[in-house]
Design a protein around this ligand. Structure first.
Ligand SMILES: C[S@@+](CC[C@H](N)C(=O)[O-])C[C@H]1O[C@@H](n2cnc3c(N)ncnc32)[C@H](O)[C@@H]1O
Length: 292
């Protein structure tokens, strides 16, 4: 890889300002990073990943995958991206700093009948390209802390780096789940949640694209339909299943919760019900070569 170009605008400084404020918000919410920090969220993300499975294909269809490719999934979580990529590529390294997330990931890999995934328990911040982590053909970083480290990701990739993030102002997971539990929690917590979740991503996504471009790469960008969906035999089955997303909701809040869920349920001709919450995702990918 050649030396990076000198940027015309200092995007790095602007990006740092945005990231500092995002990290502050995350710290206030008690969302950490590093070993074990996400263990308690593993079951929740596993449930969400399964409901997003159909739409996840829109994201990985943006770029080419060959059957002989090796793939690195940074912050793989329960394997939302790892599992479908493992069925397209030769092998996947699933990296995460949460052993619980990796447990779910490997369970899902097994259930999909795949044997070509290697779990790697490693904090992204400790990754040293070429020392404790080798190059892969495709390096994917989806909604995880590695997204800001453009050069580090590029050093790890031979063919593509792929970033996956929520699109500008599109609801993210805390917001999508928040719609279902609206009015079932203490006002203060809820206000805080909405404030955190509704964060405007226009500046962050623009900065990300411009930083990649200014470093000399040629980034591609596509905004794809995203969403969470599941078919249930009855409304009651839907309530019971979706309630697992916040198991501590008091029983007396059930009527509010049911009304919220009903807004996202549509009855099918065979009497079943489909839950569907729509959103949008942005996929940015580039070849890790710098043009003169
Ligand atoms: C929001 S989840 C995204 C999961 C998955 N990539 C997806 O798109 O569905 C964030 C993931 O990043 C992982 N993570 C957080 N900090 C990390 C770090 N410092 N190193 C490696 N993984 C980390 C978490 O454990 C979690 O699995």
């Amino acid at each position: 890889m050649k030396k990076t170009k000198k940027p015309f605008i200092n995007w790095e400084v602007l990006a740092q300002l945005v990231m500092d404020s995002q990290q502050d918000q995350q710290r206030k919410k008690g969302i950490g990073t590093g070993y074990g920090a996400w263990d308690d969220h593993a079951a929740f993300y596993d449930q969400m990943a399964k409901m997003e499975a159909r739409f996840t294909l829109n994201q990985i269809n943006c770029f080419d995958t060959d059957p002989y490719d090796s793939v690195l999934d940074v912050g793989c979580g329960p394997g939302r991206i790892t599992v479908p990529m493992a069925s397209r590529a030769k092998r996947v390294t699933a990296l995460d700093s949460s052993s619980k997330m990796l447990e779910y990931c490997m369970k899902n890999v097994k259930e999909a009948g795949l044997t070509n995934v290697t779990p790697k328990l490693l904090d992204w911040h400790e990754v040293e390209p070429g020392k404790n982590l080798e190059q892969h053909d495709i390096v994917i970083c989806s909604r995880s802390p590695g997204m800001k480290d453009i050069m580090k990701l590029s050093k790890l990739a031979r063919k593509y780096v792929v970033l996956i993030n929520w699109s500008n102002n599109a609801p993210c997971i805390p917001m999508i789940v928040g719609f279902l539990f609206d009015g079932t929690e203490e006002e203060d917590d809820e206000k805080q949640r909405v404030k955190y979740s509704c964060r405007d991503r226009r500046l962050g996504n623009n900065l990300l694209y411009n930083r990649i471009y200014d470093l000399g790469f040629n980034p591609n960008l596509k905004i794809v339909e995203d969403g969470f969906t599941k078919v249930f035999n009855s409304r009651e089955e839907a309530y019971e299943d979706l309630r697992r997303l916040r198991p501590n909701m008091p029983a007396n809040k059930m009527p509010i919760f049911k009304k919220n869920v009903d807004k996202f349920l549509a009855e099918n001709p065979d009497g079943s019900f489909t839950y569907l919450a729509k959103t949008k995702t942005v996929v940015v990918w580039w070849k890790p070569e710098i043009e003169e």
